[in-house]
Design a protein around this ligand. Structure first.
Ligand code: FES
Length: 171
């Protein structure tokens, strides 16, 4: 009968291989653009897709490879709301604060999330819920709208949002 370690080894191996491949994928994305600084946003997108969020080490690596000042890379990564410097939670809520949503009560939705989960731009301490805001998500007819786990949810009231948070076990 195989030992416990031997039985576990095959399961560990693919995980390590996948991790190694991320570096190669990122390198390939940069080399595809001849390591040009003009490809910064696309490279940051690739890095975030591969790693989930942009760590300081990733930003330093990208700055060095694209021969850009690290402050410029950090500035771009923090300017666009779709880039995250922190790990995302299990559930993600992005509240639209564009004009149509704002006048229909988006601030109430954001206040609910910030009261129960985390400030906009961050993740709850237990790592379960990420909260963010956006300017307009292109669903003004559904105002107030949010993006919940990648999907647009419109005409949402603070009470409905409270019920959703109850449903996923947010205290
Ligand atoms: S203002 Fe919220 S979707 Fe356009």
């Amino acid at each position: 009968m195989p030992s416990e370690n031997a039985a576990r080894a095959p399961a560990d191996a693919p995980a390590r291989a996948a991790k190694d491949n991320r570096e190669k994928f990122l390198e390939r994305a940069m080399s595809r653009h001849n390591y040009s600084g003009d490809a910064l946003i696309e490279v940051l997108h690739t890095a975030q897709e591969l790693y989930g969020h942009l760590t300081p080490e990733l930003l330093r690596t990208i700055a060095a490879k694209l021969r850009l000042p690290p402050s410029h890379v950090l500035g771009v990564a923090t300017f666009y709301h779709f880039f995250s410097l922190e790990p995302k939670g299990e559930h993600s809520f992005i509240v639209c604060l564009g004009t149509a949503c704002y006048v229909k009560g988006a601030l109430g939705l954001l206040a609910t999330l910030e009261r129960r989960c985390a400030k906009a731009g961050s993740t709850s301490p237990d790592g379960r819920v990420s909260v963010d805001s956006a300017r307009c998500i292109g669903a003004c007819g559904l105002a107030p709208a949010i993006i919940r786990n990648g999907e647009i949810v419109g005409r949402l009231s603070a009470a409905q949002l409270d019920a959703e948070l109850d449903g996923i076990g947010v205290p």
